[in-house]
Ligand binder design. Sequence first.
Ligand code: HEC
Ligand code: HEC
Ligand code: HEC
Length: 415
Amino acid sequence: MPTRHTPYLLGMLAGVALLAANPAHAATSAANVENGRYLAHAADCEVCHTAEGGTPYAGGRAFNLPGIGVIYSPNITPDKAAGIGAWTDQQFVDAVRKGISPGWKHLYPAMPYPAYARMTDAQVRDMRAYLATLPPSSNKTPANSLKFPFSIRSFMVFWNVLNGPASTYPDDPGKSAEWNRGRYLVEGPGHCGDCHTPRTFSFGLDSSKALGGSVVNGWRAYNLTSDKQSGLGAWTDEELAQYLSTGHADGHGTASGDMADVIGHSLRYLNAQDIHAMVVYLRSIPPLHTAADTVETRTPAAGDATLPQNTRGARLYASACAGCHMPDGTGRQSSFATITGARSLGADNGRNLVQVLVQGSGMQTATGVQIMPHFIGGGLSDHDLADIASFVMTHFTTATPTNMERAVQNARQAP
Ligand code: HEC
Ligand code: HEC
Ligand code: HEC
C-alpha cells in the first residue's frame, strides 16, 4: 500500500507547487461558459448542490447514508467566503476530478468525483467558468454529522487507492465516434453507474456488474445492460431515446424518484445527437441478468367497466388512482401518467411502486412539473396502501406480491 500511496502524495504536492506559480484563472470566452453550462447539465451538478426549495448551487442538500451519517453538499456559487469564489481553477479541477478540496480536504464519494475524473481538466475548467457567472450566495453549508470512523476524511485516501478515481481514457479507435461520445457521457459526466451499478464491500462500484442494476435511496435503479428480460434489450432505440430525453417512453412508463431528477435537471437539456450517442453505447453493453429487475407486464383492457371490483385493492385503486391512471394504466390528463408496461409496477416485489406511493414523485418537463402525489397522511393506512400495491402488481404484471404491508412500512421508515 505505501508504495502506491507515496507517488500519489508526491503528485499532489507537485500540483500544489505548480499552482502557486500559475495565475488563478485562465482567460475564458463565452464559448467556454456555454460549454461549461452544457456539461454542468450533463453532469447534474445542480440537483445535488441545491437544497429543497433553496438557491441553485448554494448547497445544503442533505445526503443520509444509513449507518454512516449525514453529509451536506457545499455551496459552489462564486461567493468568496461561503462558496468557491476564492478558489483557483486548479483547486476546482482537483475537487471535481480527484475529490480533493483545498487544505487536503478529502471529499466523500457522495460527490461522484470518480466518474468526473473521466472529464478533462479543460472541460472541468469550463464548468468553473460557467459557475463563476452565477450570483454569489452567502448560504453556509451545515456541518456534516458522521459517525466515527467515517468522520475522518483522510480515510478516503485508502478508499481512493481501492476504488478510483478513474481517469480520462483515449477514444477506442475500433468503435464509432458516436459510441465513444456515448461512453464518455454515460461513464463520465452522466455518472449513471453511481446508481445503476451495484457496490462492493468497500462501497466502490462493482465493475464486474457494471450497470447491472442496484438499489439507491430505497429505489431500484434498474439494469441498463442489453439483457432482454431484466435490462433494456427489449426496448427499441426510439423508446430509449424518448425516455432519456423526456422521462417517458410509451410502453415503459415514466421516470420517478431519483431518475425523475436526472431527467428533469440533466438529460432533457442534452441535444439529440448526445442522446443518440448514449443509446448507441448502452446498446453495446453485454447482457447481465438481474433477477430483481425481471418482470412480465400485461396490458389490461381499457374502459372503467373492465376494472375488477372484487378486492379492497381494486376498489381503492378505482377511487384513489384511476382518476389519473385510468383502469388500464393510461394517463387521463397527461401521457406522463401512462404507466402501462413500466418495470416499477412489479419488479423487486413492487419496490418502486411502494416508494412512489409513500414518497410521491415529481419531474420537470418542457410542459411543467408532472406530479405523482404521495399517499401518506391522506387518510389511507399502510394496510390500504399495501392492498393497492398488491392490486397494481397483479392487475398490471404477473408478479406475486409478498408481504406488502411490511414493504410499505420499510419504505415509510427509511430516512
Ligand atoms: C450525487 C450528488 C452530487 C453531484 C451530482 C455533484 N456533487 Fe459536488 N458534492 C456533493 C457532496 C455531497 C459534496 C460534499 C462531499 C464531502 O463533504 O465530502 C460535494 C462537494 C463538491 C465540491 C467541494 C466543495 C468544497 O467546499 O469542498 C465541489 C467543488 C463540487 N462538489 C462540485 C460539483 C460539480 C461541479 C458537480 C457537477 C460536475 C458536482 N459537484 C456534482 C454531491 C454532489
Ligand atoms: C441518482 C440515481 C440515478 C442516476 C445518476 C441515474 N439513474 Fe437511471 N434510474 C434511477 C432509478 C431510481 C430508476 C427507476 C425509476 C423509476 O422507477 O421510474 C432509473 C431508471 C432508469 C431507466 C429506466 C429503466 C427501466 O427498465 O425502466 C433508464 C433507461 C435509466 N435509468 C437510464 C439512466 C442513464 C442513461 C443514466 C446516466 C445518464 C442514469 N439512468 C442515471 C436512478 C438513477
Ligand atoms: C393527480 C394524479 C395522480 C394520482 C391521483 C396518482 N398518480 Fe401515479 N402518477 C401520476 C403522474 C403524473 C405520474 C408520472 C410522474 C412521475 O412518475 O414522476 C405517476 C406515476 C406513477 C407510477 C409510475 C412509477 C414508475 O416509476 O414507472 C406509478 C406506479 C403510479 N403512479 C401509481 C399510482 C397509484 C397506485 C396511485 C393511487 C394510489 C396513483 N398513482 C395516483 C399521477 C397520479
